[in-house]
Every structure is written in C-alpha cells, then in structure tokens.
Write a protein that binds this ligand. Structure first.
Ligand SMILES: [Zn+2]
Ligand SMILES: [Zn+2]
Length: 370
C-alpha cells in the first residue's frame, strides 16, 4: 500500500513535471547570438468560431513553450455573435495580451483572419494595429489596409478541401496580383493536421515565407496529444533578439522553419542552419589496435533526426538509415579499414523538406585529435 502510494505520488509528480517542464524547454539551438523563436500565428477563440476563451490560449501556449502567438479571429465569420456580441474585433487579443506578465517569455500579438471565398480564400494579417479597420465588403481593401498598418500577411490553408475539393493548392490571378504588389508575404504549408507540397512549391517559386500553424479551434492537447509528447505545428523564426519587432523583421525576410510532427520544412539555408546547430559530433577515436572509428553523435533539439548515411563506409552496429532521438546521444562505429585522421561523412536528413520530395544533404567533417 505504501509502495502503491509512493508510486502514485512519484507518478503524479512526474506527470506534473513533464507537463510543466516543456515551458522552459529550448526546442532548437541557434547559432551564436541568434534564437529560433517558437510561434503559432493562427489561433481562434469564442470571439469567432473557436471553443475557448482567450485565457485558455495563453495558458496553452505557456505550457507548450511558445515564444509568440497571434490571436486571429475570423473578421466576417461570427457564429457566436448572438451570445458574444463582438463590436471590437481586437477584443480577444486585448484579453489575451492583458494576461501576459512583464518579462514573460510568451508574447501575444494582434491579428485577424480575413475570411473570403476562393479567391483569395482565407488570409491572415498579423502584427496589425486595429482589426476593425480591416472590415470591408470587398476582398482586396482589407488586405491593403493590413499592409498599411505594417502587417505581415499570409495565405491560410491554400489546400483547404472546402475551397479545393482535390486538396491541391494553386495560385489564382488574385493571388498573383497580391504577390506582385507585395501585399502577400507568406503561405501556410502546414495548417492543423495537413501538409501541402503544392503550397511549399508556391512558397519557393514566389519567395513567400514558409509557415505552419495550428489554426486551433478546440484544445491543442486534444488535437495534438501534447500531454503525451505531441506538439502543435509551429513556425520557428530565426532572430537576433527576442522582441516581436525582431521577429516580424525575420518573418518578412523568410527566416523560418516549420515543425510538423517529426517533419522540418523550410528553405534550404534555414533548414541547414537549424540542423548544423542541433546535430554535433564529438572528437572521434580509434580503440587501440582497431580500425573501427568511434564517435558520439548528439541531437540537441526537441525533434528526432532521421538520417541516411550516403558515404562509402559501413557501420559496425547499425544500417545506413537510423534515427537520432530528441535530446540524446549515440555512438557511431564506422569501419574505415585503415586509420584516417580526417573523415567526411555525408548524410541525408530524411525528415527535412527543402522542396517537394527533396531532403537536406549535408557533410560533417570529423578530425581526430592528434
Ligand atoms: Zn480559415
Ligand atoms: Zn482559421
């Protein structure tokens, strides 16, 4: 009985710690003096068609270790308006933002989802000053107004199957107009539980910022199993300081990587930057009298890395395809046949996408200590 109680007590404490330890967690290490800030730029509450009060969104984001969230209610779609009249379209942002303590890690920014039929479909504007000023009867004026406010504007779920019954994201002349006139700056490649290869191609072809968001309406835990180790889709933004101003600038510059389940999606330079700063090899050694090189490989990040070694050697303990779990180390034993003081190890990182069906290739150089 005592054992059972202490087990329950221990288990309870472990659960308590695991649900709160996420908050302090650094998801990805960045190069010196930079940060990979965790964001979710697409979130709903009862002030449009979401199921929860804005305070729940702040508490969820704190527990999940987010650095910045945008509250983005549908401007036009207001299914709860009889119960919750919504004359001020900034109200849910104000409630959420008022909860944030001075010097808190989490920041909340204002946003709106301009909700139109296709084209252009649904458009998010974040870092805006006043959502009310985006309400127009036509589809273009609200987007122009968001730009006038200095907003970062992106195309939501271009693969939405209510707008695209085949699930294929494709540009209409309206979108081409927005891109040409620099009124549209990003595109969701991941929305909720969906990933769109076609949207990734559109992003790369048109130099749009690559984004992944939760578009959460219910609870993130219910949808993404957060309490059992899952995570909502996040966009990581590479910044040189942690202020919203710096983050906005980096968004406009396209410095993002999307984390969706175990997939990391982004432009090649950004993905390479992230992987190089989160996978490291220790100094290799040859045990005396052997030509099997031993080297420790460490994954510093919160995501596993799925690797394929594409070089000429074989490993002593594993095949050329293996997984380095999150926040862990493993030893690679490489059969080099003779002692080599310098070794280049080419890998394909299979759970990265730098273009449709294209993974990051990179080479690590190992040098023996002499
Ligand atoms: Zn939408
Ligand atoms: Zn939405």
């Amino acid at each position: 009985m005592i054992f059972l109680r202490s087990f329950v007590c221990y288990f309870g404490i472990a659960l308590f710690l695991s649900s709160f330890s996420i908050q302090a967690q650094e998801f990805f290490k960045a190069k010196k003096q930079y940060h990979w800030l965790s964001t979710d730029l697409h979130i709903h509450t009862v002030f449009s068609d979401g199921d929860v009060w804005p305070s729940i969104r702040v508490e969820e984001a704190r527990r999940e270790g987010l650095d910045l969230i945008a509250i983005t209610e549908h401007l036009e779609y207001q299914p709860h308006s009889e119960d919750i009249p919504h004359p001020d379209r900034n109200r849910s942002f104000i409630i959420a933002n008022d909860m944030v303590q001075p010097n808190e890690r989490l920041q909340v920014i204002n946003g709106s989802e301009i909700t139109r039929k296709m084209p252009p479909g649904h458009i998010n504007a974040v870092f805006i000053k006043d959502g009310n000023a985006l309400l127009y009867s036509d589809s273009l004026s609200g987007i122009e107004a968001a730009n006038k406010q200095g907003g970062f504007v992106f195309w939501n779920h271009p693969n939405y199957d209510k707008h695209r019954p085949d699930g294929i994201a494709r540009l209409e002349p309206f979108h081409k107009y927005l891109i040409k006139n620099k009124l549209l700056h990003g595109i969701e490649v991941v929305n909720g539980l969906t990933y769109s290869e076609e949207a990734l191609k559109i992003a790369l072809d048109n130099n749009l910022t690559i984004l992944g968001t939760s578009d959460i309406h219910s609870l993130t835990d219910w949808k993404h199993s957060v309490s059992s180790g899952g995570h909502r889709p996040m966009t990581f933004v590479l910044t040189d300081d942690k202020t919203p101003v710096a983050l906005k600038k980096a968004l406009f510059e396209g410095k993002t990587v999307v984390w969706f389940d175990n997939l990391l999606i982004g432009k090649k330079d950004n993905i390479e930057d992230l992987v190089r700063n989160n996978l490291s090899f220790d100094i290799p050694i040859y045990p005396k009298g052997k030509t099997i090189l031993n080297v420790e490989l460490t994954n510093h990040s919160a995501s596993p890395f799925h690797l394929e070694y594409t070089g000429e050697y074989t490993f002593h303990q594993r095949s050329s395809i293996f997984i380095v779990p999150a926040k862990s180390s493993m030893v690679l034993m490489i059969k080099t046949e003779k002692i080599r003081n310098k070794l280049s190890l080419p890998f394909k990182v299979l759970n990265t996408l730098i273009a449709p069906k294209k993974h990051l290739n990179l080479i690590f150089i190992l040098k023996q200590q002499i």
